[in-house]
Write a protein that binds this ligand. Structure first.
Ligand code: FAD
Length: 493
């Protein structure tokens, strides 16, 4: 039996130490800062466990009687990869792509790590066995994982070991027969307040001297000494679903994690103080590709939603027939379809990695580079189409309850395509998607979740098949030689 929403919600009542607005949260499932986001994740678990979605959302685990969520599936062929994508797509449609760290993201990463088990065996059989056990444990218990893989921003011109405090970045403070003790911080656990467990490592290259930060492990969110420092809750600031239909329900949250001497047992440690292995776990296995392939699937859904908003704005304001508006919509449609096509391309250009089928690495990195630039442009184009209608809205749903104001709303909120109430409802949704504080955080998310642009462009540079391009240049160069110098033409000096 896969867990349902209620069971997942119950699993979060585990004494975790979440802090927000100067207080410790008693129960994230009921707290006004987080409860609706928790409910949105619960809805995903309900969807996966509904009998009618069994084929779509789950797969038969090879050699076992059980079924598991497809987020843990290890595709052996293009067909299986596409089946898995359809499950991820269906899940994403429930939040229209606004939950970047829904359970499918880090499950994809850990599944990719597991596909690279041989690398871990070469490194240390005990660490490989910890990873293998953990993959099965997380899959079979249908866990919700998130991750922190970046050291906190402080002085980026210096390595982790040369920051002002030795343990600004989470690192090993003690090692014994039972495991490692970790002290320090990591940014930025999206969904950390409502996941079950946390994958902790370092994806950015480390330097000699940084060994203590070169770890890879998992801990439950209620581990002793683990502190979850929430950013401002947009959900708490959005008590009405009508006024903020997205922020009120899909604010997945982001949190700084502080490890106050957290003890991690060896059974949950995959890399121990090894700089090279920290890098290889992402790039010499399918982990990085699988986690970011999931992100691209999510983004295709989100862009489809956003272009739906754009089209509706044009209808709402009676501007659809203007050639310039059609041009804008045509441009946006081309961009949405390009991202969709890139996902299909990374699938069909995929290759075998041992017994597994892995999306094409360079196509994925192309998509990352292009969409980091595309997203803010896309939002600006939507703002441009919408004009002041995004702002010309009643202060809150309460205005509808006052007859005098309701009459004035009726009079002032006109549209060729909708009644006043529906126009207000639509524009409040549009603002929450592209202009509110929640929306602004989303632009930052899409620009940075995969690393800053110099990082993604670096991946693209590193993985492009340069020989394919330079060979063409060589062939062209080889097709001609130095010619005999021609005599000057008559009359020309
Ligand atoms: C909304 C949101 C959610 C996130 N969620 C998660 C999460 O769940 N888990 C997680 O682990 N991380 C998460 N992150 C963190 C994310 O991975 C990082 O923001 C990203 O990797 C970039 O790192 P940084 O923010 O430290 O930026 P930096 O690396 O400090 O870069 C910021 C800017 O500084 C400049 N810069 C810095 N270094 C260089 C350099 N070497 N060369 C050239 N220019 C440079 C560039 O202009 C760059 O754009 C999240 C971030 C955001 C915004």
């Amino acid at each position: 039996m896969l867990r349902n929403g209620q069971q997942h919600t119950q699993s979060l009542r585990d004494g975790r130490a979440v802090f927000v607005d100067g207080r410790r949260v008693e129960d994230v499932t009921t707290d006004p800062a987080f409860r609706n986001a928790v409910a949105s994740i619960a809805a995903l678990y309900d969807f996966q466990s509904a009998p009618e979605n069994q084929e779509l959302m789950t797969y038969a685990v090879r050699g076992e009687k059980r079924r598991a969520n497809r987020i843990w599936q290890l595709p052996g062929s293009l067909a299986e990869l596409v089946e898995r994508r359809k499950a991820l797509e269906a899940w994403t449609e429930l939040h229209c792509g606004f939950m970047g760290r829904a359970p499918d993201h880090v499950a994809s990463c850990v599944s990719g790590l597991y596909m690279g088990l041989d690398l871990f065996r070469e490194y240390d059989p005990k660490r490989a066995s910890a990873l293998s056990d953990y993959y099965h444990y997380a899959r079979d218990n249908n866990l919700y994982l998130t991750y922190v893989i970046i050291n906190p921003q402080a002085d980026r011109s210096k390595p982790a070991s040369r920051q002002r405090s030795e343990y600004l970045s989470a690192g090993v403070v003690d090692r014994d027969a039972a495991g490692l003790t970790i002290r320090g911080a990591k940014m930025l656990a999206t969904a950390g307040i409502m996941a079950n467990e946390l994958f902790v490592t370092c994806i950015a290259p480390l330097q000699p001297g940084d060994e203590k930060y070169a770890v890879s492990f998992v801990v439950p969110m209620n581990a002793k000494g683990l502190k979850i420092l929430s950013r401002k809750s947009y959900e708490a600031a959005a008590p009405s679903v009508f006024d903020n239909p997205l922020a009120s329900r899909f604010d997945e949250n982001d949190a700084v994690i502080y490890f106050d001497d957290v003890k991690v047992p060896w059974e949950r440690i995959f890399v121990a103080e090894d700089i090279e292995m920290c890098q290889k776990q992402f790039h010499a296995t399918p982990a990085h590709v699988y986690q970011n392939y999931q992100a691209m699937i999510r983004l295709t859904v989100k862009l489809r939603f956003l272009i739906g908003l754009a089209r509706r704005v044009a209808d709402m304001n009676g501007i659809l027939a203007f050639p310039q508006v059609r041009e804008t919509l045509g441009q946006l449609a081309a961009e949405v379809e390009m991202v969709d096509a890139l996902v299909c391309a990374m699938e069909s250009k995929g290759t075998a990695f041992g017994e597994y089928y892995v999306p094409d690495r360079h196509t994925l990195y192309s998509a990352q580079v292009l969409t980091q630039q595309l997203y803010p442009r896309f939002i600006t184009a939507l703002r441009d189409l919408a004009g002041g209608g995004l702002i010309m809205q009643p202060s809150s749903f309460r205005d509808f309850g006052v007859p005098e104001l309701a009459g004035l709303i009726e009079l002032t909120q006109q549209s060729p395509a909708a009644e006043a109430f529906d126009k207000v409802k639509f524009y409040k949704l549009a603002w929450d998607a592209i202009g509110s504080e929640f929306a602004s955080r989303h632009t930052q998310y899409e620009m940075f979740y995969a690393g800053a642009t110099f990082v993604t462009k670096g991946h693209s540079f590193r993985t492009y098949d340069w020989a394919k391009a330079t060979d063409l240049v060589d062939r062209m160069l080889d097709s001609y030689q130095l010619e005999a110098v021609r005599p000057p033409m008559v009359g020309v000096r």
